[in-house]
Ligand binder design. Structure first.
Ligand code: GDG
Length: 464
């Protein structure tokens, strides 16, 4: 008789399904799919604050056999945990931006406290037969805290963003505590081999640990499996979105406003890791160096606002809007505005239509865990007339999408020349490159990612 499948318990800061299903991001969709198929529990922050950070979890049924349980945070926790430690210290640091990282003991303490409180609440809801899967940089200490509560089952962790080299990470005052705590996980998943290697190097050089066979790494009496398991998208679902009425309407709208000029598109949360300023300068360089493109290309940047409470994000928005204004002022004609920048979001179907209308998509982050936009753009293309992907060598997706035009996102000239190559690329070459990328995107899906991670987690023995 087949063994009974273990219940899956997913923990992430934000939990889904989001209120407007259309706006759900790749991660939420991927996890929601996994839970829908297996059943289980999704646990995380309610998105609300309350005075006592309510200790009584609220539970709702989201699908058959799937519950979502959330708890609130206090204002102080939100500030220290989310805005402070997670997004002022860890996010910039893990994206190699030591210049932007701020460290303070108070937010460090609050971050650990939130991890502990959330783990304590979850411990009352799980038993040792469950498979617990924790997500992302908000919850590095979660597994360690869950073990302290006596949980003996399997705990996996997936880091969605990069893991920087130890020379950079060791600037974090609590870097040793944090990585030691991570060793409580049975399996740690990274987006790329580079991230995995950086993590292992930290364990070896900073903590005196050693790498063992089978992807294992040991520090003191703790051993974990570190694996590179790149995340994917629901490629078939997204390709279907691209044929929906809403997508077609948006595709036509973009073609209409661009009046059959070549459309270039970028879609990113407004975040300094995404290389938006450098990208815009690259587009400006294209117009400078290739006057024939003036009036023939249009660049649409979709950049929904994100973390606007933080200075670095508010400053980026100002800088981008000024830069777009300056470039437009310099090159615009009565019947042509080169850059359009939009800070509102679209539904996923609308987005799929916009991707399909674009001859070129620029995905040029300075550093990115994976980047799902690159995969979505590929999935949404029309096989008869596919567009060209320009991809940063520093996006995790680069490891799988070698057939994109790969650029150094810090080089204005490289971006400009890649744009010109993309805009003039013959149909045959566009198709050849796209076919190969399509193959990867349709094989390395969100479902495959989930299965690979959970199979690995199920293969490890229970803690003694
Ligand atoms: C983190 C890592 C990793 C964007 N604008 C709109 C919209 N989006 C969607 C995209 C895509 C998602 O948001 C963004 O995903 P990315 O992967 O590009 O980037 P992060 O948000 O930084 O995600 C990243 C990811 O986690 C998963 O592991 O790939 O490296 O940083 O799905 O389409 N969605 C809608 N309207 C918008 O205007 N509906």
């Amino acid at each position: 008789m087949a063994e009974k499948q273990r219940r899956l318990v997913v923990v992430s800061n934000r939990v889904g399904p989001l209120k407007d299903e259309g706006k759900a991001g790749g991660l939420a969709v991927g996890l929601a799919d996994a839970l829908r198929r297996r059943g289980g529990l999704w646990f995380g922050w309610s998105g609300e604050t309350s005075e006592d950070g309510t200790d009584s979890p609220e539970q709702t049924e989201i699908y058959d056999h799937t519950a979502m349980t959330t708890i609130d945070m206090t204002e102080e926790e939100l500030d220290g945990f989310y805005l402070g430690y997670a997004n002022r210290s860890l996010w910039p640091l893990l994206h190699y931006r030591l210049d932007l990282a701020e460290f303070d003991d108070q937010s460090d303490r609050i971050y650990r406290r939130v991890n502990r409180r959330f783990a304590e609440r979850l411990s009352a809801l799980v038993d040792d037969e469950d498979l617990v899967w924790i997500h992302d940089y908000h919850f590095f200490y979660f597994g360690d805290e869950l073990r302290r509560c006596g949980f003996k089952g399997r705990i996996g962790f997936f880091l969605h963003i990069p893991f920087c080299p130890p020379e950079v990470f060791s600037a974090l005052p609590s870097s040793h505590d944090l990585v030691k705590a991570m060793l409580a996980y049975d399996v740690i998943g990274f987006q790329t081999e580079t991230d995995r290697r950086n993590f292992c190097a930290f364990c070896v050089h900073e903590l005196g640990g050693e790498e063992l066979d089978g992807g294992r790494v040991r520090v003191g009496d703790r051993t974990t499996i570190a694996a590179a398991i790149p995340i994917g998208i629901d490629a078939e679902g997204f390709a279907r979105f691209a044929l929906s009425a809403e997508a077609v309407e948006h595709e036509e709208m973009v073609r209409d406003i661009s009046r059959h000029r070549h459309q270039i598109v970028g879609v990113d949360r407004m975040d300094y890791s995404k290389g938006l300023v450098q990208r815009m300068k690259g587009f400006e360089r294209l117009l400078e160096n290739h006057p024939g493109e003036r009036g023939n290309v249009q660049f649409l940047q979709v950049a929904p606002l994100s973390r606007s409470e933080l200075n670095a994000y508010a400053e980026l928005r100002d800088e981008l809007e000024q830069l777009a204004g300056r470039i437009n002022g310099r090159f615009a004609r009565l019947d042509w505005t080169p850059i359009q920048i939009m800070t509102r979001g679209f539904t996923r179907r609308a987005l799929a239509g916009i991707y399909r209308a674009a001859r070129v998509c620029m995905v040029t982050p300075l550093r990115d865990g994976m980047n799902l936009v690159a995969k979505e753009y590929v999935a949404a293309q029309n096989p008869d007339d596919p567009g060209v992907l320009i991809l940063s060598r520093f996006a995790g997706a680069r490891a799988e999408l070698e057939d994109a035009l790969i650029v150094n996102p810090f080089s204005t000239d490289e971006i400009a020349e890649a744009l010109e190559t993309a805009l003039t690329m013959p149909l045959e070459e566009r198709q050849r490159r796209w076919e190969r990328m399509r193959e990867r995107v349709f094989t390395g899906t969100a479902e495959a990612w989930c299965n690979e991670f959970l199979d690995l987690l199920e293969s490890v023995p229970d803690a003694a």
